[in-house]
Ligand binder design. Structure first.
Ligand code: MLT
Length: 235
C-alpha cells in the first residue's frame, strides 16, 4: 500500500485527493471534538470552513448545535466552542452539529473529492488504521496543520497511524513517513513529544489543559467516523 502525507489544510486539492482514501487529522482539536461528540451520541456533524455558511444553513433549523472556534476561542453567538469536553451526552445526544474551525473543517471541505474520508485523532488511531486496511487502497493522510503551517501534534498522530499500519501490512516508507514514525518513537508519552510545540503551547496558555488530557488518551474510542454526503457520522 502506498501512503502519502499532506501537512496543511491549504495544500489539499482535488488532484491530491480524487479517488483516494483520505484520513483527516486535526488532533488539536477539531477531529478530537468530532469523535468525542459522535461517541456521546451526536447524530451528524456538518463541517464548514466559513461561519457565514453555518449562519445561512441554520437560519431555519431548530434544535441544532452551532460550534467552533476562531483563534481557539468560541465563535460569538455559537452554542459551543471547540473543547471536546463541552460535547457531553447531555448536550449533544441525538443532535445535528454545525461546526466551523480554522484548520480542521477546512481540511475536510478541501478533501471532498476523495473516495472515502476517515476522521482520526489520537482517540481512535488503532481503529482508523484498521479501517484503512479494510478499504485496502492507497491512502493519503491529511494533517490539518495550524494556520497553514506544519503542526507537530497532527504529524505525531500520522506517525502513530503508520506504525499501526506497519503491524499488519507492507508499506513503503518515504523519508517523510519515516521521520513521522521516528518522532512517534522519540518519547513514551504524547505530552513529552509535544512539549513546546506552537498550538499545544497556545492551548495550554489559554487554559485548555483538561482538553489535552482527554485528547491525548490514545485509542480511547473504537469508532471511525467518516465524512459522506456533507456530514461526518459513525456508520
Ligand atoms: C482548528 O481547526 O484550527 C483547531 O481545531 C483549532 C483549535 O484548537 O480550537
Amino acid at each position: 500500500m502506498k501512503v502519502n502525507i499532506i501537512f496543511t489544510a491549504d495544500e489539499v486539492s482535488q488532484s491530491k485527493t480524487q479517488g483516494k482514501i483520505c484520513v483527516v487529522i486535526d488532533v488539536l482539536r477539531a477531529t478530537s471534538v468530532m469523535i468525542t461528540a459522535l461517541e456521546n451520541g451526536a447524530k451528524r456533524i456538518f463541517p464548514f470552513k466559513d461561519i457565514e455558511t453555518i449562519q445561512e444553513k441554520c437560519r431555519n433549523l431548530k434544535n441544532v448545535i452551532k460550534c467552533g472556534e476562531r483563534n481557539a476561542l468560541k465563535i460569538q453567538g455559537f452554542d459551543l466552542g471547540n473543547s471536546p469536553l463541552e460535547f457531553t451526552k447531555e448536550k449533544v445526544f441525538g443532535k445535528d452539529i454545525y461546526m466551523s474551525t480554522t484548520n480542521g473543517t477546512k481540511a475536510i471541505e478541501n478533501s471532498i473529492f476523495a473516495e472515502k474520508i476517515i476522521i482520526c485523532s489520537f482517540l481512535n488511531v488503532k481503529s482508523a488504521a484498521e479501517k484503512i486496511i479494510e478499504y485496502g487502497k492507497d491512502c493519503t493522510i491529511i494533517c490539518a496543520g495550524t494556520n497553514g503551517e506544519f503542526s507537530l501534534d497532527d504529524a505525531l498522530c500520522a506517525g502513530l497511524i503508520i506504525k499501526e499500519l506497519e503491524k499488519h501490512i507492507d508499506i513503503s516508507l518515504s523519508d517523510k513517513l519515516l521521520a513521522l514514525v521516528r518522532i512517534s518513537e522519540s518519547h513514551d508519552n504524547i505530552k513529552d513529544i509535544l512539549k513546546g510545540s506552537t498550538h499545544y503551547s497556545r492551548l495550554l496558555a489559554l487554559g485548555f489543559e483538561k482538553d489535552m488530557e482527554h485528547i491525548f488518551t490514545l485509542n480511547k474510542y473504537s469508532s471511525v467516523p467518516e465524512y459522506e454526503n456533507g456530514y461526518v457520522s459513525i456508520k
